[in-house]
Design a protein around this ligand. Structure first.
Ligand code: DNO
Length: 358
């Protein structure tokens, strides 16, 4: 297991590499180039600059989260050809720069969705929360206003302003797209990029939909064990695999995260893991918590044990943390609670390892 932390780059993150390097147990960060518009080629020199900057702090950059997929690819319209070609060029450059895993998602229009980015818990910390009833009563424009209005000037991963401006048009275009079409468009995309990934030694790790159900009638297909199975079989290759995000998949109680980790981990299909806890309050209602088992709905020991049992050698990272100790940072991505998360998760890992030796 290689422990990492997500870092949004010098210009776009309040957390510095100077601080990150002091977290015990880290091998590096996962990062991206959010300033490059979705669909354009990532130039090799820009990737190398990012990598060199990170390496100077004794940290590795082997995972990119994310290279976002242009909506035209998800929609399967003719202009996708150019965007897929560009994606292949980006993969080549990433491979040349020593990037081994690309995390991406295939969610129409929106990336992850929360209805409150700053809910106060009894201990005075702030967390992100989701309330399905609120979504039922609202519309996409209101959601965007709510989310971007409370992001404290930080850009939100996957919520590119240029895309949000096109919201009405996008919703119109997606009227044609059901789950089966979305699967077909994902297959078409993977069929073209996976051979390039194989040549340049870059593994594609699809991220689950967050939350894993359709929102505003937009289809979402990455949310169950059956569909994950279907996705890894769309193109049967060691370069086509998964990011297992406990907090996204686990929102559905029928998704047994340790079992899913064992099932896909044994087959070498998990390249990256996001490990976090949430408190499920009701169906389609939850809030994020500290990483500890006691604070949320998941058994984090069992999750880490499942990774250990399958001999997981890929990358892990703690996920969204609470905002504590007056920190001002991008929602979910402050330093303090994620650092606590790492200490806890590496502690669990050590305990699992040693219990097997005794
Ligand atoms: C949110 C993240 C997602 C994730 C993408 C992967 O905080 O978990 O934005 O990075 O869905 O493409």
């Amino acid at each position: 297991m290689k422990m990492t932390l997500r870092w949004f780059g010098e210009r776009d993150d309040s957390v510095t590499l100077e601080k990150i390097r002091q977290i015990p147990g880290l091998i590096g960060v996962v990062s991206s180039l959010p300033e490059i518009p979705v669909g354009e080629v990532w130039p090799l020199d820009r990737i190398m600059n990012l990598k060199n900057e990170i390496n100077q702090f004794g940290l590795e950059l082997e995972v990119i989260e994310s290279v976002n997929v242009h909506e035209d690819i998800k929609l399967g319209i003719p202009s996708r050809e150019q965007y897929i070609k560009n994606y292949c060029e980006t993969i080549k450059n990433l491979g040349k720069a020593g990037i081994r895993v690309v995390c991406y998602n295939f969610m129409p229009v929106f990336d992850w969705i929360r209805t409150d980015l700053s809910m106060k818990l009894a201990d005075g910390s702030f967390v992100m929360a989701y309330d399905g009833e609120w979504i039922e009563k609202t519309d996409p424009l209101q959601l965007v206003a709510e989310v971007t209005g409370s992001s404290q000037e930080f850009s939100l991963p996957g919520w590119e302003p240029e895309k949000l401006k096109e919201l009405k048009k996008l919703f119109q275009q997606y009227k044609e797209i059901n789950e089966e079409k979305l699967f077909a468009n994902l297959k078409y995309f993977l069929e073209q990029i996976i051979p390039v990934c194989a040549e340049y030694n870059v593994r594609m790790a699809i991220h689950p939909d967050d939350p894993p159900w359709p929102i505003f009638e937009l289809p979402r297909i990455v949310g169950s064990k059956e569909n994950l199975e279907r996705i890894v079989n769309l193109v049967d290759s060691p370069f086509n695999g998964l990011t297992i995000c406990s907090g996204s998949l686990g929102i559905k109680r029928e998704n047994d995260i340790p079992e899913i980790i064992r099932y896909f981990g044994k087959r070498g299909k998990i390249f990256f893991g996001h490990v976090r806890n949430i408190k499920i309050q009701a169906e389609r209602k939850f809030y994020e918590t500290s990483h500890l088992s006691n604070d949320g709905s998941f058994d984090m020991y069992e999750i880490m044990k499942a990774y250990h049992d399958v001999g997981f050698t890929g990358y892990l990272r703690p996920d969204h943390g609470r905002m504590i100790w007056d920190e001002e940072a991008r929602p979910g991505y402050g330093l303090y609670d994620r650092a606590l998360g790492i200490a806890y998760l590496t502690g669990l890992w050590e305990a699992v390892s040693k219990s097997k030796k005794s």
